[in-house]
Design a binder for this molecule. Structure first.
Ligand code: DGJ
Length: 568
């Protein structure tokens, strides 16, 4: 592990009122790296895959923490997402309370996990509910948005200069404290606000907002959106027509949050992101229109305004989808929409136990991290229908589909992150009706099939639960892992052969292909089951005979294979 320096860090954590001072190694600041169109989050100067979970976050900390850790351990996470509440952090103007941050740091270190901290500042789920009381009591200085009819909306105005100033100051104090108290980089990233935007109105119609709306669109946005109009400096309506209200709001919210992020980054440049309450990607309703079918939160980084957010808030490294889409096709489409050349895929919230397998789909799109929401026991405890004993018992049937992912990938998380960053990894999850998938790896095709398979054609699992990853370790060597799937390999010829001739595929006992007039058959030279220890693959046993004669079967056990292939 590379150490940049050794500092004497004054840990702000206090034990029984006495400050704890310790000599702590200062590690490199986590950062995002882009190479050949792929992104990785670098932690300790190497790609890191965040196997995360976000705790249920609407109660006060740290009372709930003892209930959180057993669930996190069961899930095998390496990173926990936890909120910092502005109202708790700054109960009186400029009086900052660091105890919550310090407790989270101390306890995360004790449990050997990293943190992503969520700044619940001006916005949380489209409202100002986590703003301090002293702002809520002064609505002239810290105003709400106003709707088309002039009525106040349960959402903060992005045009309130005093709110912006206050949020910037508080966030900067938070980041400064983090910088001073976390040289070991327990905290990897910071989310700025939470699901910003507004549910109750498409935009702010206050006087201040209206003046801006009728004025010219900022030139950097015109060029980012490649807008061509007759007028050289069009107003919002002229530039964006029916989308003007929504685009104006997206710009205003993003501009505000971008300034909060930039102020925090100026003191401590951790990677920062904003999360989105999504719209249905296939069939969106209207933004910010309560009661309308498909109504979605206006102004947040929904898929249609990602470019606006990128132009308005360059201090944000990532725009990240909270993927709760029920329809599997919509869920997967969201992953694709946020996996862009200008945006690393990161899923800071997700849910639905039947969606756990889509962690593999996100891996296939080089996600830097994934975090199901609310998988801790605080949520159960809050459920009044459960008696106390039930509330504290591990809810395995609820956690297991997610825990399985991290149990399999956890021991090789760094290798997976590196292979993915190098473009050597492909991963897929089962989709209804798509029971066989072919993953091209140069001269080999990996064939993944789901459910009981014969001749590498799957029948599908009774409920779609299959997931697989394949990574190329050498020309003829692969790492294979998964659940409820079957994996085999077929010769694919050279690039020239693939373009110059029609290659016929055979399905004899072993996958084969007719290339240059000769049948080439896959043979397993060696199939080793094993595990990674300190970055080195350690074989546990050899698979052969019944275990390989019909391809490689993966059930509910966390199995990792290193497969060496040849041709006969
Ligand atoms: C999305 C929000 O971002 C979270 O903070 C939380 O409120 C969840 N929804 C609850 O489902």
């Amino acid at each position: 592990m590379k150490l940049t320096s050794v500092v004497l860090a004054a840990l702000a954590a206090t034990l029984g009122g006495a400050s704890l001072y310790a000599q702590v190694e200062e590690r490199p600041i986590p950062h995002l790296v882009k190479k050949e169109g792929r992104y990785a989050l670098f932690v300790d100067d190497a790609p890191y895959l965040m196997l995360g979970a976000q705790v249920h976050n609407s109660s006060s900390w740290p009372v709930e923490l003892p209930k959180v850790w057993p669930a996190m351990e069961y899930l095998n996470v390496n990173t926990v997402e936890m909120p910092i509440y502005w109202e708790q952090f700054e109960p009186q103007p400029k009086q900052y309370d660091y105890t919550m941050i310090d407790t989270l740091l101390t306890e995360a270190r004790q449990h050997r996990v990293h943190l992503v901290l969520l700044w619940f500042g001006t916005w949380k789920n489209g409202s100002q509910h986590y703003m301090p009381e002293w702002t809520k009591l002064d609505l002239t200085r810290y105003p709400h948005m106003v709707d088309r009819d002039g009525q106040a909306v349960d959402s903060p105005s992005p045009h309130a200069a005093a709110s912006l100033d206050a949020d910037k100051s508080a966030f900067t104090a938070f980041m400064r404290h983090l910088k001073e108290s976390d040289p070991q980089r327990t905290v990897l990233m910071v989310q700025v606000e939470n699901e910003a935007g507004s549910w109750g109105s498409v935009r702010d119609f206050s006087q201040a907002a209206q003046k801006l709306f009728e004025g010219p669109v900022p030139t950097e946005l015109l060029s980012a959106m490649r807008v061509k109009t007759v007028s050289p400096s069009p107003n919002w309506q002229q530039a964006f027509g029916p989308d003007a209200d929504e685009y104006f709001h997206a710009w205003s919210v993003a501009r505000y949050i971008g300034q909060v992020a930039a102020a925090g980054k100026a003191v401590y440049p951790l990677p920062m992101y904003a999360n989105a309450a999504l719209r249905n990607p296939f069939n969106p309703g209207p933004p910010g229109l309560p009661g309308a079918i498909g109504n979605y939160e206006s102004g947040g980084p929904t898929d249609n305004v990602i470019s606006i957010w990128k132009a308005a808030a360059p201090a944000l490294d990532i725009l990240a989808p909270d993927d709760y889409q029920d329809d599997p096709a919509a869920y997967l489409n969201v992953l694709e929409l946020y996996h862009r050349d200008d945006n690393a895929l990161f899923v800071p919230e997700t849910g639905g136990a039947d969606k756990a397998r889509f962690f593999f789909s996100a891996l296939g799109l080089q996600t830097i991290g994934f975090a199901p929401f609310g998988l801790d026991y605080t949520h159960r405890a809050a459920d009044r229908s459960l008696n106390q004993a039930d509330a504290s018992r591990p809810q395995e049937e609820f956690l297991t589909p997610w825990a399985m992912n991290y149990r399999l990938v956890g021991p090789m998380q760094r290798e997976i992150a590196r292979l993915n960053f190098e473009g050597k990894l492909q991963a897929v999850a089962e989709e209804q009706g798509k029971v066989t998938r072919t993953l091209p790896f140069g001269s080999w095709n990996a064939i993944v099939s789901f459910g009981a398979a014969r001749n590498n054609r799957g029948a599908g699992n009774p409920k779609p639960a299959g997931r697989a990853l394949v990574a190329q370790l050498g020309d003829n060597q692969f790492l294979v892992a998964g659940y409820f799937c079957h994996v085999d390999f077929r010769p694919a010829g050279t690039e020239q052969q693939r373009t110059s001739q029609h290659i016929v595929e055979g399905t004899q006992q072993n996958p084969s292909a007719l290339i240059d007039g000769k049948w080439q058959h896959r043979q397993f030279l060696r199939v080793e089951e094993g595990t990674y220890e300190d970055g080195v693959f350690k074989p546990i046993r050899i698979w052969n005979g019944d275990e390989t004669d019909w391809g490689l079967d993966f059930s509910s056990e966390p199995v990792v294979l290193r497969v060496t292939l040849g041709i006969y």
